[in-house]
Design a protein around this ligand. Structure first.
Ligand code: PMP
Length: 763
């Protein structure tokens, strides 16, 4: 880095004088930024423009000759791009010596990539293709000076190692493994050639529209190296300038590979090299900062590299590397997947979004697709403690490696889990049955209720969903009254959905009045059970009005029935204020059913009931469930409970949920499209209406918003009887900053799409 200290220090007047003296050029000189040389832009009276390049005093004439030769070689072989032309001096020399070595090049027009961010997809493709053309051409170029020991040559990454000690420990921990990874590369398998070596966002020029690469500048980093380093360097800078770094890299790689196919070894090395370039850069910045401690610019300029390095480190293991490889496969992978799915998967299973997502990885509250996009997941309440939580994975791995069998042996995991689970519930809910899904839990709950009461009929609420089995479809109006449904069977009785926004009863006494409907049904039909979610998910994230469950449960019991709380969607702390959503109603059911979040994605479920009901069920017919309660499931269930406690996720649901709902209500004050915002903890619904008086639902707008939000990297879903409720039920590690991002994006989408529904919008 001594080179920085030996950079020339000429003034503009000096440069003008040299231009006149050596090139006969009468021109104004303006200095351009450069790390180790000095460059002046010259403009003569005719408007012709040049760059006067004054080399670092350590630069050898050989290396300058390498650049000059390469430039004329590329001008001849890659005519689709613009190249600076080397202008000979009055003495006929292409390199002059005036204390410092200097050269004059013609100016090429264009906008540097730094000025056209965010990059358009076609620009990224154009960059990949342009660089591939350059690399292909340079395969047949050689120059003796190219084989040099040069610190920016990525093959010489180890030269950066001594500077690791200048980094703070946590930063060093970020960077050192990236240099180590280069030690493990099979360098001998990589093709080599002279490379351009510096496709950064100030050196690559785009056409004025920012859609096509027009040319490259600054050939001072040319070196004989592994050819793939040229692309790796370009990718490091592409990622630095892109909001979605891996997706941007995908575009560049795909276009490069189409033009100049990468070998398997190059594909394997590419991500490691792109990251190594960032690592090397921050090492050299640290070194420069030590050399010039007062230089604030150095600190500022390395900040984006640090934040990118951190961001890449936070991505799921293996994902970006996989995307880099995938970019080298032919396109159409998603089309093939879709066709294969259509051939072999039942068509009754739909895909989300207009253009389906191909998700390959998950981490915390994020999902990651096959082409490098990261999504904020506001929907998956199953992965309760976050996607791929390491403690859940470890618990599963350890128990699977040890034993997985059924529950007909004595086993610590089962009893420990049952004890831990019942400890979260109010008495007398202390007998546990382990099952494998929410549907199995509700099925069993119905059997418990029927056996206990000797009755068959069931009361449910309108728009409810309780599961996918024959019997559960029969008690799910969401299904039996939906497309393909066969209507309500005679043994099912449907109470109105306790919706105090657009439902039958509104106002302060809505809860008691809705409970009155349940009471009427309970009295007139000898019902075995009343089943209700503690906040109705498929019904449109309906928050039950105060007093509903307490009153409904009392009258159902008075009529001899039992009360089932379906906590499949809502349980395990999501409510924030309470561990179970029914507790927010001051009610205690006779049976609680659990699923989804219980195993963080592992298929498990549970039913918890009273000793009395459990005793009635033990009528001689055994209840056996092959997989329910197996030790692996129990180990996972225990890990989930531990994580909820250790990471204070219920507390997070309370705080983040309240913050989120408050922000959404503030948004509703500005967008008439938002009719209602409701939620408890991280169980939130946004109901969209075209008219706040008539409450005319806005299903098309809702679908549109959800698709637009997906394009912005935010995943939401739609539900409710009128398909006009945006459902939000994210992994419980969701942060306030995530909530703010969702609110901002919703604001932007709605302002752009329905300005007339915006308070300060114009018609
Ligand atoms: N109950 C409710 C409230 C549900 O939302 C669901 C699933 N969406 C189920 C039960 C059924 O759970 P599973 O799909 O795990 O069988």
């Amino acid at each position: 880095m001594a080179l920085v200290r030996t950079a020339p220090r000429l003034t503009g007047a000096d440069a003008s004088a040299l231009a006149r003296e050596l090139y006969g050029l009468a021109a104004e000189a303006t200095e351009l930024p450069s790390e180790r040389d000095q460059n002046f832009r010259l403009c003569d009276a005719s408007g012709a423009q040049f760059v006067l390049k004054i080399a670092n005093s350590q630069e050898s004439a050989d290396v300058l000759d390498l650049q000059n030769q390469a430039l004329s070689f590329l001008a001849n072989s890659v005519a689709s791009l613009e190249w600076p032309r080397v202008v000979a001096s009055r003495h006929g020399r292409t390199i002059e010596d005036a204390g410092h070595l200097l050269r004059l090049l013609t100016w090429i027009d264009g906008v540097c990539l730094a000025d056209v961010q965010p990059y358009r997809a076609e620009l990224l493709s154009s960059l990949g293709a342009a660089l591939a053309r350059v690399d292909s051409a340079l395969e047949s170029f050689s120059h003796p000076a190219a084989k040099r020991a040069f610190y920016w040559d990525l093959r010489r990454y180890a030269l950066a190692r001594p500077h690791l000690e200048l980094l703070q420990p946590e930063r060093r921990a970020l960077v050192e493994p990236l240099l180590d990874a280069c030690d493990r590369l099979n360098w001998d398998d990589l093709r080599d050639s002279v490379i351009y070596g510096d496709a950064n966002d100030y050196n690559v020029l785009a056409d004025p529209s920012g859609s096509r690469v027009a040319g490259f500048l600054d050939f001072g980093d040319m070196v004989h190296s592994a050819t793939i380093c040229d692309l790796a360097i370009a990718l490091a800078y592409t990622m630095l300038g892109a909001p979605e770094p891996i997706a941007a890299a995908y575009q560049v790689i795909a276009a490069y590979h189409r033009q100049r196919p990468l070998t398997a070894a190059e594909q394997d090395a590419l991500y490691a090299l792109a990251r190594a370039r960032l690592a090397v850069s921050v090492c050299y910045s640290a070194w420069q900062m030590r050399e010039a401690p007062g230089n604030e610019y150095l600190k500022i300029s390395s900040a984006p590299a640090w934040s990118l390095l951190q961001r890449l480190a936070d991505m799921p293991e293996g994902w970006a590397d996989e995307v880099f490889h995938r970019a080298c496969e032919d396109g159409g992978q998603d089309d093939r997947l879709l066709a294969a799915r259509r051939r072999s998967i039942g068509p009754s299973l739909s895909l989300s979004y207009d253009r389906p997502l191909h998700i390959t990885h998950g981490w915390k509250q994020h999902l990651y697709d096959a082409r490098g996009r990261e999504y904020l997941d506001c929907v998956n309440n199953v992965t309760h403690v976050g996607h791929c939580h390491p403690r859940v994975i470890e618990a599963a791995r350890r128990q699977m490696a040890r034993l997985n069998t059924n529950t007909r042996y004595l086993n610590e995991q089962l009893t420990e889990y049952a004890a831990r689970l019942t400890a979260t519930l109010p008495p007398p809910l202390n007998v546990v049955f382990m099952v494998c899904s929410g549907s199995e839990a509700n099925e069993l709950a119905l059997r418990l209720a029927r056996t206990h009461t000797g009755r068959d009929d069931v009361i449910c609420v309108d728009a409810a969903y309780h599961g996918n089995t024959t019997t559960l479809v029969d008690i799910s109006p969401y299904k039996f009254n939906g497309p393909g449904g066969r209507g309500k069977p005679p043994w099912v009785h449907m109470a109105p959905l306790p919706d105090s926004y657009r439902g039958l009863c509104r106002g302060a006494d809505a809860g008691a009045r809705y409970a009155g409907h349940v009471a009427d049904l309970a009295r007139s039909h000898d019902a075995a059970a009343f089943i209700c979610e503690s906040a109705v998910g498929c019904g449109g994230q309906t928050i039950l009005p105060e007093g509903f469950l307490r009153n409904a449960f009392a009258s159902v019991r008075a009529s001899g029935g039992v009360c089932i709380s379906d906590e499949v969607q809502t349980g395990f702390g999501r409510a924030g204020s309470h561990f179970w959503m029914f507790e927010t109603q001051g009610a205690v059911p006779d049976i609680v059913t659990m699923g989804k979040p219980i195993g963080n994605g592992h298929p498990m479920g549970a039913v918890v009931t009273t000793p009395e009901i459990a005793a009635s069920f033990a009528n001689g017919m055994e209840y056996f469930n092959t997989f329910g309660g197996n030790p692996v499931s129990c180990a996972i269930g225990l890990a989930v409970l531990d994580i909820i406690r250790d990471e204070q996720l219920q507390e997070n649901a309370r705080e983040t949920g309240a913050f989120f709902v408050a922000g959404l209500r503030e948004l509703a004050a500005r967008h008439r499209l938002i009719g209602d915002v409701r939620g408890l903890g991280l169980f939130i619904g946004i109901e969209l209406v075209r008219d706040r008086e008539t409450l005319e639902p806005a299903p098309e707008e809702t679908a549109e918003i959800v698709n637009r939000m997906k394009d912005r990297g935010i995943l939401l879903s739609v539900d409710g009887p009128y398909h006009n409720v945006i459902k939000i039920k994210p992994p419980m590690v969701f942060a306030k900053s995530d909530a703010s991002r969702v609110i901002q994006a919703l604001d932007d989408v709605m302002k752009a799409e329905w300005p007339q529904m915006h308070a300060d919008g114009r018609r």
